[in-house]
Each structure stands twice: as C-alpha cells, then as structure tokens.
Design a protein. Structure first.
Length: 701
C-alpha cells in the first residue's frame, strides 16, 4: 500500500537529523520522500511486505519463486570472474534438508561477511545452476541468538539516495525512540472505538513492523478510515459553506403557469424535483441542488421551471453548458418558452467574435436580458449579470467541485441559488463523492411514450449489412450517429493497435466512398468550437444524414430525428458512456436502434456488451460498470486523466475503493461535525487543521 499525506506539524515531531546515521544531507533526501520529521516519516508507508518469517527447507524451494531460507555457511567465499568480466562471489550453504550455492556479483566486500559456520536468513529465488541449486543475489540478515528477525519485512517506495535498509532503520527508530504516541491523530477516539479500529500508535507499529498480515490489515483499515473520515468531514463542512451567506428568498414560487404552457404534462418525478427547487428558492439559505436522472428523463424542463421562478421574481438567471453545441440547443429550446412570458434570453458562447462578445456583455450588464445561456465563457468575471438569482450548470460532472465553489461564491454579499444537472447515472455512493456538497433530486421516471432503443452487438463481418442498415435509415428520413474512439491514427501507434482502431476522420472518408450520395459530417474534439457547432447544427437541422464523431456528442445533444447510433470499437467505452451515447437516439417518434461494433472476444468485453443489449436502465448499468471496472470511468475527466476531487486534494480512486466504509465515514463525519461539534474544539486541533488545509483557512470559526 502506498499512501502519503502532508502531516500537520505537532509538538514532539523530532527532526530526522537527530536520528542516528542521518545527517543534514540525508535528512534532505528523506524530506524529498515526504518525511520531513518523525511524523512525516511514519506516514511513509510500505508498498509491500516480504514474508521472510515463513522460512522453508531448501528441499521445498521451488525454482523461480522467492522464498526465505535459513542457511549455515559451509565454505569460505570464493571469488572468480565470469565470462563477461563480472566478479563472482560464491559459497556453499546448507540446512537440514539440503545444500546450495549462494552467488553474488560485484560485491567482493561480502567476502568477510559470510564466514563458515555463520547462520543467515536469505530471501531470494532458487534456480537450477550448472552445479545444482543456486541462490543468486539474495537479501540476507544474520541470525543471532537473542534477537528476533522481522517476520514481515516492509518494502518502501524509495527515491534515489535512499535504500531499504536506511528507511527501515529510520522507521524503527521513529517507532521506538521517537514514540509514535505523539503522532497527530485525526480520528476522534469516539469514532475510532465505534468502528473497532486499533489505536493511532498501534496502527503505526503495525504498518511498519507487523507480526503478521492480519496486523497489516488492521493498520490499513485504520489509515483508510482516517482518510475517508477526514474527506467526509471536509465535504460536510463544504456543504455547510455552500449554504452560508444569503440568497434572495423568492416570494412567489408558483410555476403552474409555466408548466401548463408546455403542451404536455410533467412526470411525477419532474414535479417533485421542481417542488424541491421551489421550496429551496423560497428560502434565503442558498440552494445547492443536484438534479440527476437518466438521459432523456427531462431535466432541462426542470431547470427551465427553476429559471422561470427566478425570472418572475425579477432576478436574472444563468445557464452554463459544457459545450457550445449544448448551449445552442438549450437556447433554441428555451428562449421561445421564456419569450411567451416576456423574458429575454441571450446566447453567449465562444463562437462569437470578440467584438460581438463585448457588445453582448455590455447589453447583459445593462440588464437587457433576464436569462443568459452560454458555455464556460460565462464564468469569466467580466460577465456581469445584474442581480443574479440562480445559476444553473448542465452536465456538471465535467466541471468539478472547484468551479462549483467559484460559481456560488460572490464577494461576501448575496449569493445566487445554484442548480446542477447531471445526466450521468452514478451509483448513489459515488454521487456522495462527486456531489457530496449538494442536495439531490432524483428523476427516476421517463416521460410517457419513450420507446426502448433496440440494441445489437455485432462484429466486423456485419460491415456490409451495417452499411445497408445505414442506407435504410437514411432513406426513411432518419439520421445516423457513428461514434469512433479516436480522432485520427497517432503516428507512433503500435501496428496491431492502429489496424483495429477506427478513427473518426479516416472512417468518415471511407464511409463516404462506400455510400455515395449520403451526406456525412465529421465532428471531433480537436476542431474549433465554432467549427464543431456549425457541423452539429447542420446535423440538427437535417442538412446531414450521418454524423461521424468522437465522444464529443456524448453530452446531452437532442436531435429528435436520429434513429440509429453506431459505436465502433465499443469494447473501448465504459458502459455508462455507451448508455449516454445510446441516449442520443430514440428521442423522437422514430423507432430507434443502437449497434455496438466490436471484434473483441475477451470474456469481460463480451459480458459488458451483453449488459448493454439487455439492460436499458442507466442506474443498473452504472452499478454493473462500477462493480466490474471500478470507479475509474465515472471519475475520469474528459481528457482521460484521473480526476482529482476539485476541492479536496484526495485521490478519488483510493476513496472509492470500499463503498461501505465510505458510507460509514460519512455517518461518522456528520455526527462529529454537527452533534459533537469537534471542529475547532479542544483536542481536535489536528483534524481542524487538516480541514482548513483542504478547504482554506478560516472555514472553521
Ligand atoms: P435530459 O434529462 O436528458 O436533459 P431533456 O430535458 O433533454 O432530457 O428531455 C428530453 C426530451 O423529452 C425533450 O425533447 C423534452 O422536450 C421531452 N420531455 C421532457 N419532459 C417531458 C414530459 N414530461 N413529457 C413529454 N416529453 C418530455
Ligand atoms: Mg440534458
């Protein structure tokens, strides 16, 4: 296991220069490794353990497998040269079951260490050499009467200048002389005892000098819980922060007028979500709410109703989308709805010329608009929305918690209500991590009349049939999405990889040759935003029949006429991502299809794709995905980088490891913060300091 954290300084933290054998220079190297004092050193955890206590007889040694042997040296070491000029040190050693030759290279100085009759514990691999069993370059420790060797020897992550022995000795000194009892404890005793965890000092001893693997496990549980708990306290505090300050409390939060103007009835889940929002916005506690629901469940209208409430109370509203395409679409859908009530909507995206942007900003600042829809460009400080009442962000998981904090935060005074829409069906426990600072309205019901999208999994041998299926859809007036995993072949791609991976631009031109007369467009992430938008708009308005793209279309685009979604190299996508993509079709009246193309024969891939074929509930798919592939797909940023929690510098991959424990940590955190009020209290200085480190100083008062 590998975990290191910045530790808060505390009294009793002895500098490493006071350790035997560590001078200023070495202490500096240790500091580079994260150990700038005793407590920092104790937080440098082993990455593995060698089970050297499990000594086996030579005769039971399996060649090629690392094992521990306790052997007596039986011959004086002999030095010679190998054919390649390496110096070889050789001697014989035995135990009650047999004997072997022990070999070291270029280490003549060991000659004096291995005197005949001396006993050592060796750790290494046996191999069958020319003259029988050989133990080559093993680790070794002298066996002396009265001193016990460590049964499990820790292996530390090292930076250059350090050796395992140096770190092991330093850790031992830290554990004994420097007394880890004083090491800063983050877990309140009540929590520790409640969860049956070992003490702080025991945990340090068990991680660095365990007697057995059960102790390692106990120590790990302690440190993981400590990290989860601290994280959960951070989010709990963040949640309180999000609600601090005052937002405008709206007097009139009725919305019937708006919803009855739609021409269709809302689903029960939509009504409940809007009621949650209306109730939030009637209070001056700032709303911080997530509207989550499967693709196509109708989140946009929920957001629109929230905007309506805001505007009719005389405040302006902002809606931010992650892409220009989506901003356009929201504008096209919502502006006419609001127009009916005399509310004016502006569209502000990166596609505008800077002169146009400037002009629009001025008009926005002058109060010409009730609603502004746009992309990230909106959050820049030079967009001054007069008396903002509500900020809505769509598909928020692309923004992250840090931006969220920035959004709500105005300069000390009034802050707007915040509403977040997410179309990623995420398992509840993961939602706690990604959106732990928000309240949640879940839309768990689809608008009536939604038809199931028939899904097929096919391989390359279906290519000709697939082409004619595209033609059939197009000739019937439908439209087709084709999604490829890569934009274009990377120059340095491995041969076998580039052969099988479909790239969007190559694919589009090949398809054009195979299907003349079909109007094909291409969209990928490396295009400029306005180029993307214009192709996308052509597809939306029916000027294109087929849109070949990378996953840029994943998010929320709504083309009612689209009837076929083809995903190439489908095995390369996460299930939730495939579900998102499938959600792009079947949005209108047309019978719609999704074809997943994959030549992968691996068991896991086949099983995953068959889940897509048989399951249409996004949450069930998400649960399956989480179980099979871990949380990576949910928390990856669009660029594929593992997402760090925006606000809390914690590796989420690690946090997601164990959902059950995570839930317990949240329970304990709430109790500690709200009931026991530990933050800022005496005896909890380390925890309080840590939280301020996460969220900024001054958050605890
Ligand atoms: P998403 O939740 O994926 O953002 P949208 O809000 O884009 O879904 O809605 C998908 C489609 O369903 C839109 O065309 C929208 O007009 C329509 N829709 C939303 N709510 C209802 C409803 N209650 N009844 C019928 N159609 C609805
Ligand atoms: Mg949407």
């Amino acid at each position: 296991m590998k975990m290191r954290q910045n530790q808060t300084k505390s009294s009793g933290d002895i500098p490493l220069t006071e350790f035997p054998g560590i001078g200023a220079r070495r202490a500096e190297i240790f500091a580079k490794n994260g150990a700038d004092g005793t407590f920092g050193l104790l937080r440098c955890f082993p990455r593995a353990y060698e089970n050297r206590g499990n000594v086996i007889p030579l005769a039971s040694g399996v060649p090629g497998e690392t094992a521990a042997f306790e052997l007596t040296v039986s011959s004086k070491p002999d030095c010679s040269f190998s054919e390649k000029g390496k110096r070889i040190l050789r001697f014989r050693a035995f135990d009650c079951s047999g004997s072997c030759t022990v070999v070291f290279f270029n280490q003549d100085y060991l000659k004096s260490v291995f005197s005949a009759g001396a006993v050592f514990r060796f750790w290494g691999k046996l191999k069958n050499g020319r003259y029988g069993a050989e133990l080559v370059s093993p680790q070794f420790e002298p066996v002396r009467y009265g001193t016990e060797l460590m049964p499990l020897v820790p292996v530390y992550p090292l930076c250059s200048g350090l050796t395992q022995k140096l770190v092991r000795d330093a850790e031992l000194y830290a554990l004994t002389a420097a007394a880890p009892e004083g090491a800063p404890q983050l877990l309140p005793e009540k929590v520790r005892l409640g969860r049956g965890l070992v003490s702080n000092a025991e945990a340090y001893r068990m991680i660095h000098r365990p007697n057995d693997f059960a102790e390692v496990e106990n120590a790990k549980q302690y440190f993981i819980y400590e990290e989860l708990f601290t994280f959960a306290v951070g989010l709990t505090v963040a949640k309180t922060m999000r609600r601090s300050g005052a937002a405008p409390a709206f007097c009139d939060v009725s919305f019937d007028e708006f919803t009855s103007s739609l021409g269709f009835g809302l689903t029960g889940a939509q009504k409940r979500a809007i009621a949650d929002i209306a109730s939030d916005m009637s209070s001056e506690i700032p709303m911080a709410r997530l509207v989550a629901g499967d693709v196509g469940c109708g989140k946009t209208l929920v957001a629109a109703a929230a905007a309506y409430i805001c505007m009719k109370n005389g405040r302006t509203c902002a809606l931010m989308a992650p892409t220009g395409i989506l901003a356009n679409q929201h504008y096209a859908g919502l502006a006419p709805l609001f127009e009916k009530f005399g509310f004016r909507t502006a569209l502000l995206t990166g596609a505008l010329t800077s002169a146009k942007k400037r002009e629009l900003r001025e008009r926005i600042a002058a109060g010409e608009f009730n609603m502004v829809i746009g992309t990230h460009a909106l959050i820049t400080p030079d967009v001054k929305l007069p008396s903002p009442g509500l900020v809505i962000t769509d598909e928020q998981h692309r923004f992250g918690a840090a931006q969220r904090a920035r959004l709500g935060g105005s300069d000390g005074g009034e802050r707007p209500h915040v509403l977040v829409m997410s179309a990623t069906p995420i398992p509840r426990t993961l939602a706690m991590i990604l959106y732990g600072d928000l309240d949640v309205s879940l839309i768990d019901e689809m608008p009536p009349g939604r038809k199931k999208v028939d899904t097929f999994v096919v391989n390359e041998s279906y290519r000709a049939r697939l082409d004619s299926f595209i033609l059939k859809n197009v000739s019937e007036g439908g439209q087709v999405y084709i999604v490829c995993p890569a934009v274009e072949q990377p120059d340095d791609a491995e041969e076998d990889l580039s052969e099988s991976l479909k790239d969007a631009s190559g694919y589009a031109s090949a398809l054009g040759e195979r299907l003349p007369g079909v109007r094909i467009g291409l969209v990928h992430g490396r295009m400029k935003e306005n180029e993307k938008d214009s192709v996308m708009n052509m597809f939306a308005s029916g000027e294109l029949d087929v849109l070949v793209s990378t996953t840029v279309i994943e998010v929320g685009v709504n083309v009612q006429n689209a009837s076929l979604m083809i995903v190439e190299n489908a095995e390369r996508f996460g299930l939730s991502q495939l579900h998102q993509l499938r959600g792009r079709v079947g949005r209108g009246d047309r019978k719609s299809y999704c074809v997943l193309v994959s030549d992968s024969k691996g068991d896991a891939a086949v099983k995953r794709l068959s889940v897509m074929k048989n399951e249409s509930d996004g949450y069930k798919i998400a649960e399956f995905d989480l179980e099979q592939r871990g949380p990576g797909d949910f928390i990856k940023a669009p660029d594929g980088q593992l997402r760090q929690h925006g606000m809390l510098r914690t590796n989420m991959m690690h946090l997601c490891g164990d959902m059950k424990t995570l839930e317990q940590a949240f329970e304990d955190a709430e109790e500690a913060v709200y009931k026991d009020r530990v933050l800022g209290a005496e005896g909890y200085e380390n925890l309080s300091e840590k939280i301020e480190e996460m969220l900024g100083t001054g958050v605890i008062v």
